[in-house]
Design a protein around this ligand. Structure first.
Ligand code: FAD
Length: 438
């Protein structure tokens, strides 16, 4: 969206047609997803409209790109009505982000939930509340115990924020369930690494752990999942946790769209030049989680981390380079010095490290929320988020389970459409086949 808006603003309509391929009619601000899962924000408030103004002239194709043929410059799209269409291009900017990274762990992809899409966040919220409802109604102590334990895997900022925000949800909600023993509710946060969020440094990292432990979240480090089932999860240290809730936030991997190009990748991300173009292929650009953009500010061959901080700036920068290339001007390399990290643990609990300054508590929370708030693109989205924060601070949550997604398939691939893509050979065969028919 950052790229599209810049292209619209800087290019005249007779200079270029801009087309956006997107399955959803919104720009999602992912860093606030844990707050949607915990009910602090409504889903709508972080789904920023693509059609807010009548000045927007981009043609929007509702669907997902399932392959790109670099040779004939065609993007293959599956529309939301399941039609496969070819979209020829002169320039293409790939920004499909990433999907949840999984491993070959028995039962994982069938039983784990991710935290990458709005549907997943809304689903997890309903699921967690339904565990309280079902435990409350059950007469079976074994069932109750398994419904009231929750496991989050991945101690990066996404997993830590998710565990922290959802623990606050169950802690507050249980007061409305007088028949439930609050002592039975248990959250586990586990990570194979020896530390939570190592990018925070030792002192802030331990502060975050201290906050979570004080709240009763059991943190296990150096531990992962050996096996996942519908009613229990086995840790690699041998513990078997009765649970119906496994949230998997152990990293991301570039969208499968990138592999359809058959081009060079670095850890699955498209290997691009510092100008974010694909060397040797005219008119191909990539950014964000799906691209390995060299981090020139850090040097030493580092690549930019998969963060919104970089993706938003890369979106604007890539637009400038597309325009430069279109007009025959020089492209500029992307350089951005990381501004630091903010971690919202809910309420007044937070740790932040803006520009290397270590903050805790209220100042850290003010920086975290101020940063996310200013990153939202429209004033309407900003107002919605601010109003939600105020309302939640004053009136709390009503713990309403909407049931919209109940009984739907809820595996990672159902939410993240990971099996929708073509192989590079299928893309070629499809493009050649359709051009012969034409
Ligand atoms: C829970 C969580 C918390 C986070 N917290 C922070 C934080 O505090 N700070 C920070 O800087 N970063 C944070 N991040 C990371 C940050 O959100 C991502 O790095 C950033 O969103 C990447 O931007 P992107 O544009 O590359 O991809 P995305 O934001 O994922 O956007 C990709 C878009 O492409 C669409 N799409 C996907 N596949 C296709 C396809 N085949 N065809 C068409 N469209 C497609 C998607 O629907 C989506 O709209 C967090 C991430 C998560 C999940």
């Amino acid at each position: 969206m950052e790229c599209v808006r810049r292209l619209e603003r800087k290019l005249s309509p007779d200079e270029a047609d801009v087309t956006l391929v997107t399955p959803f009619a919104y720009q999602l601000y992912l860093p606030l997803l844990p707050q949607v899962a915990s009910g602090v924000l409504t889903p709508q408030s972080i789904a920023v409209s693509l059609r807010r103004s009548k000045k927007y002239r981009t043609r929007i194709i509702p669907g997902g790109a399932i392959g790109v043929d670099l040779k004939s410059k065609v993007c293959v799209i599956r529309t939301i009505t399941d039609q496969i269409v070819n979209e020829p291009y002169d320039y293409i900017v790939l920004a499909p982000g990433s999907i949840t990274r999984t491993f070959d762990i028995p039962g994982l992809t069938d039983h784990a939930f991710g935290m990458k899409t709005l549907a997943e966040a809304a689903y997890i919220r309903d699921h967690v509340i339904s565990q309280l409802d079902l435990a409350d109604a059950s007469q079976d102590p074994v069932e109750r115990a398994s419904r009231l334990q929750f496991v989050v895997v991945g101690g990066g900022y996404a997993g830590t924020e998710t565990a922290a925000c959802l623990q606050r949800l169950t802690h507050a909600a249980v007061k409305r369930y007088p028949r439930l023993d609050p002592g039975l509710i248990k959250w586990h946060l586990i990570d194979i690494a020896p530390k939570l969020m190592p990018e925070l440094g030792d002192k802030l990292g331990s502060s975050a752990q201290e906050i979570l432990r004080r709240r009763g979240i059991e943190i296990s480090l150096g531990v992962s999942i050996a096996k996942a089932g519908p009613e229990e999860v086995t840790f690699t240290d041998g513990r078997v946790i009765p649970t119906r809730t496994l949230i998997w936030t152990a990293g991301v991997v570039a969208s499968p769209l990138i592999a359809t190009l058959g081009a060079e990748t670095v850890k699955g991300r498209l290997a691009v030049a510092p100008e974010m173009n694909l060397p040797g292929d005219d008119g191909v650009f990539a950014l964000g989680d799906s691209a390995a953009v060299p981090d020139l500010a850090k040097g030493d061959g580092a690549m930019c981390p998969p963060t919104a901080q970089h993706a938003l700036r890369q979106g604007r920068h890539v637009a400038d380079n597309v325009i430069a290339s279109l007009r025959g001007g020089p492209m500029r390399p992307y350089v951005h010095k990381d501004l630091g990290l903010v971690v919202d643990l809910g309420g007044t609990d937070a740790v932040s490290k803006p520009l290397g300054i270590e903050l805790r508590g209220l100042p850290a929370q003010a920086v975290a929320r101020g940063y996310h708030w200013s990153a939202l693109r429209t004033n309407v989205a900003k107002t919605r988020v601010m109003t939600n924060w105020l309302l939640n601070a004053v009136a709390g949550d009503d713990f309403v389970r909407t049931g919209f997604q109940a009984r739907k398939a809820a595996r990672l691939k159902d939410f993240e459409y990971t099996d929708a893509y073509l192989t590079p050979e299928q893309v070629r065969a499809h493009v050649e086949g359709t051009s012969r028919q034409d």
